[in-house]
Design a protein around this ligand. Structure first.
Ligand code: PEP
Ligand code: MN
Length: 337
């Protein structure tokens, strides 16, 4: 249930309403917009049948939420959300590019890649320290050492960092070393992990599951918001279909669809979405044209020897050329990079 307050509702009226909601054993989640305040009510709404809230002063209307998610919905927050990570804002007119290697392999390669992508125009450095690999025999990431390299290099080059979290026990480490905690596609429905990052206030980059519908994706985000962490960025990274020419099928429909349904910023990862470096550019451009708020792109100084995802990694030079092209597309759709 969503309660829309009158534009002139006073603070006293809003506080009173919040008290009433709590007294009914429900949880109020307040969204203060520029025009008016909206309160999302969480919990079993049956009680509201006998205790109507419409009669409380300051309330304009009480709307049932027909969709399964509330806090991520546009009904709850009509204005787009902006997530701030290490001084970079995601969800504004500026399209934010996150770039870097799939895995942090060593300090030197991370440094060289960071320097090149920053120079090209990327704002956030990516790199995995905990890697979700299909085979247990593949490189699993450097763990805490990788996080330290990320933090050091990020500081040196002047870039906030995003890295994947796979285990809730590592949240304190990521709180210390990262600016954005990434929840990978394979963990999108790890509901306990989602609840745990919901308890943190660190921004979360939530990637769409390999076979998740958009509704399931938004419900996964709802898990995080329902715990009080509203700093969520969604990432379309391709889904499993019958098509086998590409690693996944990048569902760019998701961008306008999510923009319509939700206030959360949406970025696109054409690297995992295609699996081949030569398809990354065209799909990155298409993502910008489709209205994405950002991109996540894998870049490696020598993809041939990459410990993970070499075939989909761009060389720094190719990435630099791509950003120049992306700037033109951004301008054409009224954005900047
Ligand atoms: C990644 O970004 O390195 C990654 C593993 O992505 P995904 O979870 O989308 O496969
Ligand atoms: Mn990767």
């Amino acid at each position: 249930m969503i309660i829309v307050l009158k534009p002139n509702a006073t603070k006293k009226q809003i506080d009173h309403l919040i008290e009433r909601i709590k007294a009914l054993g429900l949880k109020p989640m307040v969204s203060k917009g520029t025009e008016r305040t909206i309160i999302g009510v969480i919990g079993s709404e049956d009680v509201l049948r006998v205790q109507p809230l419409e009669v409380i002063p300051g309330v304009e209307k009480v709307m049932p939420v027909l969709k399964p998610y509330k806090l991520v919905s546009r009904e709850f927050k009509p204005e787009p959300s902006v997530v701030s990570a290490g001084g970079v804002k995601i969800g504004t007119k500026e399209i934010v590019i996150m770039a870097g290697p799939c895995s942090v392999e060593n300090r030197q390669m991370l440094h060289d890649t960071a320097k090149a992508v920053k120079q090209a125009g990327a704002r956030i450095l990516r790199g995995g320290a905990f890697k979700p690999r299909t085979s247990p025999y593949s490189f699993q990431g450097l763990g805490e050492e990788g996080l330290k390299f990320l933090r050091e290099v990020g500081k040196q080059i002047g870039m906030p960092v995003v890295t994947e979290l796979m285990d809730a026990r590592d949240i304190p480490l990521l709180e210390q070393y990262a600016d954005i905690m990434q929840i990978g596609a394979r963990n999108m429905q790890n509901f306990d992990l989602l609840k745990e990052v919901g308890q943190s206030r660190k921004p979360v980059l939530l990637k769409r599951g390999l076979s998740a519908t958009i509704t399931e994706f938004l419900l996964a985000a709802e898990y995080i918001l329902s715990q009080g962490n509203f700093n969520v960025i969604l990432c379309e990274r391709g889904i499993r279909t019958f098509e086998d020419q590409t690693r996944f099928t990048l569902d760019l429909n998701a961008v306008p669809v999510i923009k319509k349904l939700s206030h959360l910023p949406v970025i696109v990862d054409p690297s995992h979405g295609t699996g081949s470096w030569d398809f990354v550019g065209p799909m990155a451009k298409a993502a910008v044209a489709a209205g994405a708020d950002g991109l996540m792109i894998e870049v490696h100084p020598n993809p041939e020897v990459a410990l993970s995802d070499g075939p989909q990694s761009l060389l720094p030079k190719t990435f630099t050329e791509l950003v120049k092209e992306l700037r033109k597309v951004a301008v054409a759709v009224g954005r900047t990079i």
